[in-house]
Ligand binder design. Structure first.
Ligand code: NAP
Length: 242
């Protein structure tokens, strides 16, 4: 059995990635923060895709909670390891910097950056020991170009791109690849409330993307065929920024 863990797998892009990796034959570990009903819906879709999965509720920004959950999984599966990790959990708390409260700065960075550390660090050793692993981090166009009103989010996503490039160099010899994908505007709960009609005029493709279009790129990076691609960022943004 091959295992893939997707953080923030209950909804949006994470859910589409769960289904894509299930179609590729992975047993899917669906992490989420609080939305059990949506996580169960994802599990149902994974089963419809022909694989099984499990639900793992933990807050990726909480190191103790994350370690306990991963340790419990490892104890229950002593012969197995998680070979694909998709660090997808994320939130946005937009505001111009002049009015940004410290809670919104900290929460966005904690989930994206500490979350990356908390989940990736304990799963890395088994990947190195098995000489195979795929780590895919969910960045954003915001982390590449910087977006006004999102200094916290741009900082977090820029940081995750730098982490991707650094870690890729550490582990490449062991056949572990580390890449990022950088979506533009993708139709999920996260973009609810944005003015799609106005924003799509700024996108050469003249539309928002779908979670499935992001999942295709993640699936490719997870596949054996992508074994020589590491430390890279793939933009999925309809031509918004290159
Ligand atoms: P979404 O629909 O809002 O889903 C967010 C997911 O993250 C949910 O599964 C949520 O779990 C989970 N999550 C949030 N905080 C968490 C925490 N502390 N611990 C564990 N899980 C947590 O968002 P999305 O649009 O699919 O975004 C997914 C990723 O893509 C994010 O990293 C986002 O920054 C990135 N992204 C999105 C867009 C876009 O346009 N949508 C563009 C660029 C990048 P619950 O269901 O339990 O709340």
């Amino acid at each position: 059995m091959k295992y893939a863990l997707i953080t923030g797998g209950s909804r949006g892009i994470g859910r589409a990635v769960c289904v894509k990796l299930a179609r590729m034959g992975y047993h899917i570990l669906i992490n989420y923060a609080s939305n059990t009903a949506e996580a169960e819906k994802t599990l149902e879709l994974v089963r419809q895709a022909g694989q099984d999965g499990e639900i793992l509720m933990f807050d990726v920004s909480d190191r103790v909670q994350t370690h306990e959950a991963l340790e419990a999984w490892e104890k229950a599966h002593p012969e197995e390891y998680i070979e694909v990790l998709v660090n997808n959990a994320g939130i946005r708390r937009d505001n111009v910097m002049a009015f940004m409260p410290p809670e919104d700065w900290n929460r966005v960075l904690d989930i994206t950056l500490s979350g990356f550390y908390n989940v990736t660090q304990p799963l890395l050793q088994p990947m190195l020991a098995h000489k195979f692993g795929r780590i895919i981090n969910m960045a954003s166009v915001s982390g590449l170009k910087g977006i006004a009103g999102q200094t916290n989010y741009s900082t977090a996503k820029g940081g995750i791109i730098a982490a991707t490039k650094a870690l890729a160099q550490e582990v490449a010899r062991k056949n572990v690849t580390v890449n990022a994908v950088a979506p533009g505007f993708i139709k999920t709960d996260m973009v609810e409330g944005l003015d799609e009609g106005t924003l799509k005029k700024t996108i050469p493709a003249n539309r928002f993307g779908t979670p499935e279009e992001v999942a295709e790129a993640v699936g490719f990076l997870a596949s054996p065929g992508a074994g020589y691609i590491t430390g890279n960022v793939i933009s999925i943004n309809g031509g918004l920024y290159t």
